[in-house]
Write a protein that binds this ligand. Structure first.
Ligand code: SAM
Length: 500
C-alpha cells in the first residue's frame, strides 16, 4: 500500500468508530474501505491526455486518492490532471485537503479544487446555464437518503432530465450529465435501483446515456461496509457515456478483500431483457445452479396468461374499527402472512393478530369472493432461504363466501376473483421453484417482494402451468424437492432458458 493509502485507511477506521451515528446518517456518510476504493479505481480503462476527475461527496478523499495512486503506480501518460471534490460536511474538509495536497508531490501537473457545497445544487445551476464541466472520470460513493418529491434535490435533478427518489441515484444522474462523451463513471451504490417502479426513470436515464461495462457483486450482503451499520446490498458499476452497449462483464467476490474474484461476460439481453418495459437490471448469480439453464420452454408474462397480482387491499390500521380478533356471523376471514404455513392456509389462528373483518358498506370493496388464490408474502425474513414462497388457498379451505387479504400479502387472482384450481396449483409449483427464486435474486437484493417484481418474472404458458398443477394435485406433502422435480419433469426439454 502507498503511504498515503495506509494513512487514509487509518483515518477511515477512526472516523467509523468516532463519528456519531446521527452525524453519519444526516450526511449519508460511510467511507469506502481502501481495498474497495482500489478495486473501483482499477476498473477504469487506462487513459492518456488531460484528465478531469470528479469525486462528488468526497469525504476524506479515499476514492480520489485510490485513483491517483493507480495513475501514479501505472505511470499513465497524462499531460495534466484536474480534480474536483465536493462535500457539504465542513468536518471532513481538513483531511480531504491534506490528503489531496499530499498527492501533489506525485505529479508534475496536478491541481484540485474542493467545493464545500451541495453537489446537486451547484452542478444543476451550472448545467442550466451550460457552464458545466466535462469530466473524463467520475469515482463515487454517493450519500444514501430518500428524497421527497417536493424537495430541492428533486428539483435539481429535473434540470438534468432525471426524476429520482434517492440522493445516490440523484448523484449518479448529475455526474452522468457532466461526463464527457466516452468518459467513465465508477460508483459503489445500493442495488435497489435494479428493480422496482420508483427507479425506472433512473434505469432509463442510465441506459439512454451510457453503456454498462461492468457490474461487481459482493456475495456477502454486509461485507462491503462491515465496519459500519450499512444494511443495503451494494454493487459497483462501471458506466461509459455515449458508447454502444456490448456484452457486460459481471464480476463476483465473496467479500471486500476481492479474494477468489471471478468474472464472466454476459450478452446484454441477459442483463436487461429487451422486452421488459420496466428495464429491470438482472445480475446473474455467481453460483448459477444448474436449474438456471434448465428450462427450454417458452416463457410468457403474467399478463399474457390473463392473471393479475395485487397487494392485499386491507391496511389494518386504516380499517381498525372493523377488525376483529375472532370471526363471527357478520365478519369475513381476514388473512395475514401468519395464516400461511407449509404452502397452505392455517386459519383462524390464536395470535395477537386478528382473524376477521366486519362485513359493512365501508369494507366490502376490500373483499374478494371465496375461491382459489395464490399468495406470496411481501416480506421474507433474512434467515428464510427463499425470497418467494407461494401458498394456496382454495374455495374448500374456509367456509365463507368472501375473503379479505391484508396488505403484507401479494395475491394472484383473475379479475379480482379466484383462479381455476389447476392453474392456481401450477402457480404454486412454478413460484416455489429454486429457478424462479434465482431469477428474482438477479434483479433484487431486497428481502421485500413487490407485486411489480412478481409481474416481471417469467412464467410458462397457461397450458404448461395447468400441466404442473395437475401433477401437483396428486401429492399431499408439498416440499421444495417436489416443486423443483415437477417443474423439471414437465418443462425441461433440454438446455438454456434462452428466452429470458
Ligand atoms: C457515502 S459518503 C462517501 C465518502 C467518500 N466518497 C468515500 O467513499 O469514502 C458520502 C459523502 O457525501 C457527502 N454529502 C452528502 N450530501 C452531499 C451533498 N448534497 N453534496 C455534497 N456532498 C454531500 C457526505 O458528507 C459524505 O461525506
Amino acid at each position: 500500500m502507498f503511504a498515503v493509502a495506509e494513512k487514509i485507511e487509518a483515518e477511515r477506521k477512526i472516523h467509523a468508530v468516532e463519528t456519531s451515528e446521527i452525524h453519519k446518517k444526516n450526511f449519508g456518510q460511510y467511507f469506502t474501505p481502501y481495498a474497495i476504493a482500489e478495486f473501483m479505481a482499477s476498473l477504469f480503462p487506462v487513459a492518456d491526455g488531460n484528465l478531469n476527475i470528479l469525486d462528488p461527496g468526497a469525504g476524506i478523499g479515499i476514492l480520489s486518492c485510490a485513483l491517483l495512486n493507480r495513475i501514479k503506480k501505472e505511470n499513465w501518460n497524462n499531460s495534466s490532471i484536474k480534480l474536483s471534490a465536493y462535500d457539504i460536511d465542513t468536518e471532513v474538509l481538513g483531511k480531504l485537503t491534506q490528503n489531496l495536497i499530499e498527492q501533489k508531490k506525485n505529479f508534475t501537473d496536478f491541481d484540485f479544487k474542493i467545493y464545500n457545497a451541495d453537489f446537486l445544487e451547484k452542478t444543476s445551476f451550472e448545467y442550466s446555464f451550460g457552464k458545466n464541466e466535462e469530466f473524463t472520470h467520475v469515482i463515487m460513493n454517493p450519500p444514501y437518503k430518500k428524497i421527497l418529491s417536493k424537495s430541492s434535490a428533486r428539483e435539481f435533478c429535473r434540470c438534468f432530465g432525471l426524476e429520482t427518489v434517492n440522493l445516490y441515484s440523484a448523484f449518479v444522474g448529475a455526474a452522468i450529465a457532466q461526463l464527457k462523451e466516452k468518459g467513465c463513471l465508477v460508483a459503489i451504490i445500493p442495488r435497489s435501483f435494479c428493480n422496482g417502479l420508483y427507479y425506472k426513470p433512473f434505469r432509463e436515464f442510465i441506459l439512454k446515456n451510457c453503456s454498462i461495462k461492468q457490474i461487481h457483486l459482493f456475495e456477502s450482503r454486509k461485507d462491503a461496509f462491515k465496519d459500519e451499520s450499512v444494511l443495503q446490498e451494494n454493487i459497483i458499476i462501471l458506466l461509459q457515456k455515449g458508447t454502444a452497449q456490448r456484452d457486460v462483464k459481471i464480476s463476483y467476490s465473496k467479500g471486500a478483500n476481492f479474494e477468489n474474484l471471478t468474472e464472466k461476460y454476459y450478452d446484454f439481453k441477459k442483463i436487461v431483457n429487451p422486452l421488459d418495459k420496466e428495464k429491470y437490471i438482472n445480475i446473474p448469480l455467481s453460483s448459477c445452479l444448474p436449474s438456471e439453464d434448465f428450462f427450454n420452454c417458452q416463457f410468457v408474462s403474467l399478463k399474457e396468461i390473463g392473471i393479475s397480482v395485487s397487494t392485499g387491499a386491507v391496511v389494518d390500521f386504516r380499517a381498525k374499527s372493523f377488525i376483529r380478533k375472532n370471526p363471527d356471523e357478520n365478519t369475513v376471514p381476514l388473512l395475514y402472512p401468519m395464516h400461511f404455513k407449509n404452502y397452505r392456509i392455517d386459519w383462524p389462528k390464536e395470535s395477537k393478530k386478528p382473524n376477521a373483518i366486519v362485513f359493512a358498506d365501508e369494507t366490502k370493496s376490500m373483499f374478494v369472493p371465496a375461491g382459489n388464490y395464490v399468495v406470496v408474502k411481501r416480506f421474507s425474513t433474512k434467515e428464510e432461504k427463499k425470497r418467494i414462497v407461494a401458498s394456496l388457498i382454495t374455495a374448500d379451505d374456509i367456509a365463507a363466501s368472501s375473503l379479505a387479504f391484508e396488505n403484507h400479502l401479494n395475491v394472484f387472482h383473475f379479475e379480482k376473483k379466484g383462479l381455476q384450481k389447476e392453474l392456481a396449483l401450477g402457480l404454486i409449483v412454478w413460484l416455489n421453484t429454486t429457478f424462479l427464486d434465482n431469477q428474482f435474486r438477479k434483479f433484487s437484493g431486497h428481502t421485500q417482494v413487490n407485486a411489480t417484481d412478481l409481474r416481471n418474472l417469467p412464467f410458462p404458458s397457461k397450458e404448461k402451468l395447468i400441466e404442473l398443477g395437475k401433477k401437483l394435485e396428486k401429492y399431499d406433502g408439498w416440499n421444495q424437492e417436489l416443486f423443483d422435480s415437477i417443474a423439471k419433469e414437465r418443462l425441461d426439454e433440454k438446455s438454456a432458458a434462452a428466452n429470458f
